[in-house]
Write a protein that binds this ligand. Sequence first.
Ligand code: PHE
Length: 457
Amino acid sequence: MAMGRAQWGSKLGFVMAASGSAVGLGNLWKFPYITWENNGGAFVIVYLAAVLILGLPIMMAEILVGRRAQQSAVPAFEALGGRGWSIVGWLGVLAGAVILSYYTVIAGWSISSFVQCLGWSFNGYAAPSADAFDKFLANGPLQLGLTAVFTILTAVIVYRGIGGGIELATKIMMPVLIIILLYLVGTALTMEGRGQALSMIFTPNFSELPPQGVLLAVGQAFFSLSLGLGAMVAYGSYIGKKESIFGSALWVVILDTGFALLACIAMFTIIFSVPDLQGRLSGSTVGMLFITLPDLFYTKMPGGAVLAPAFFILVGFAALSSTISLGEVVTSLMIDRRGWSRPKAVIVCSGVIFVGSIFAALSLGAVDSLSSFELFEGKKGVLSNLDHLAANWLLPLGGLGTTVFVGWFLGKENIREELGFTRQGIYFAMFLWSLRVIAPIAILILLGFVISGRDFS
Ligand code: PHE
């Protein structure tokens, strides 16, 4: 198996592709709006703690499993732990399919924002009416069309395989995205609302954190870092034997968290600076990314008319590098496990998942029964229920399986060797302890809350 398996061109190739998976709508779309809804500060602290205490070790564990086994999640867990453990991989494949089915819907919004910005760039900016975004959400054919475009884009890149497709694409777009985001933040910080925004994000006030906010932050850490579904197992299987797993994982975590915080700073500052913006957001916080930023581009930023469309293209690319990894989780299973050819795996999997997307895309106001569908209490619509299912059940469960497996069943020597420690010193002990004890207990508490009916999405 080890022979002939494709490898990343370099360590940078892995870090870029893995952070391409991690950085996406979770950072730019979801983190800012749930941080807003949970009153910032304390929520951000809990999120950062979750990233450090759970995210980093679990990411290392996933990469480790992949590189050790040289296979994607299902066969990897089976090869290292026996049949029973492959269930962790299967769970991940299910999570990947679920996430992909609604992620492409939101990713499609980046395409429409791009087109809208092109219009503004040529004809001048006019702030949209308060209900414009809700109307857009309720436009069924449009939502379906955008989702279809995004699904096809994803399929084409996954079809081209590692290296030629994934690595090349992410290497080009990640750095550009960072630069534009920094410029956005720099400009935002000249606006008067910056003080309020920064204090909302960075001044913790634990009495303002809703109880379910803690749990929400943990789920978001899994989602944002692409953990709990074997994405990093698959990518880890392509990382060279000489690369440091800790170093690679740390880079991905830093980049991912940086993106999330920068996005928050830019958006919150705009919200506090532009008078009518809170009103425009009230009905659809979910559209924060797409509602707030054009204001900054077109009213404050030199060069904004060029950068606004560019930015939304890059948001699309960031989403694309995430959907690619989700697609890779599902298709690589069919290839490694069922012996399917890559083209067949890509076509069949994309088709099946798109059927799910249809329900998600029409659940934003277009079709009443789908929009009022409620599987989890308080969740309205197919899309938000799928999101809840994935972030609050499937990813934490997958993460639990991974930590328990690596911590207790993989064997100390295997771990030590794979991490490149020459002996079992203090850092090794810390890593083992967090995998064996801290991470599983934290996740069990989290799942306990979910089972007892506490909503945290
Ligand atoms: N981490 C991605 C994001 O933040 C979403 C994702 C989750 C991608 C799980 C792959 C696997 O947008």
